[in-house]
Ligand binder design. Structure first.
Ligand SMILES: [Zn+2]
Length: 80
C-alpha cells in the first residue's frame, strides 16, 4: 500500500499539518494528526514547502522510518 501523506496549510497558524486518513475527520472540518482542526477549504498538498507543525512533522518522520523498516527489515544475524 502506497498512500501519500496529505498535508494541509492551516489559515489559523500558517503551518502545514498532517491530515488524518480520509473518513477520520469530524463533520465539517479537517483534523490533523496533532489534533489541530482545519477548515475544509484549507489547501491540501503532498509536498510541503510551508513550515510544518512540529508534532505533525515528527509523526511524519517516524512513519517514514517505520515504512522503511517494513520495506527493508533489519536482518538478524543468526550465529549458530
Ligand atoms: Zn499539526
Amino acid at each position: 500500500m502506497n498512500r501519500p501523506a496529505h498535508w494541509a496549510l492551516s489559515p489559523l497558524d500558517l503551518q502545514a499539518h498532517l491530515l488524518l486518513a480520509e473518513g477520520c475527520h469530524p463533520k465539517g472540518v479537517l483534523k490533523a494528526r496533532c489534533g489541530h482542526l482545519l477548515p475544509l477549504r484549507a489547501r491540501r498538498f503532498r509536498e510541503v514547502s510551508a513550515r510544518k507543525c512540529t508534532d505533525c512533522h515528527l509523526m511524519s518522520l517516524s512513519e517514514a522510518i517505520l515504512a522503511l523498516r517494513r520495506e527493508n527489515p533489519i536482518r538478524k544475524d543468526v550465529s549458530r
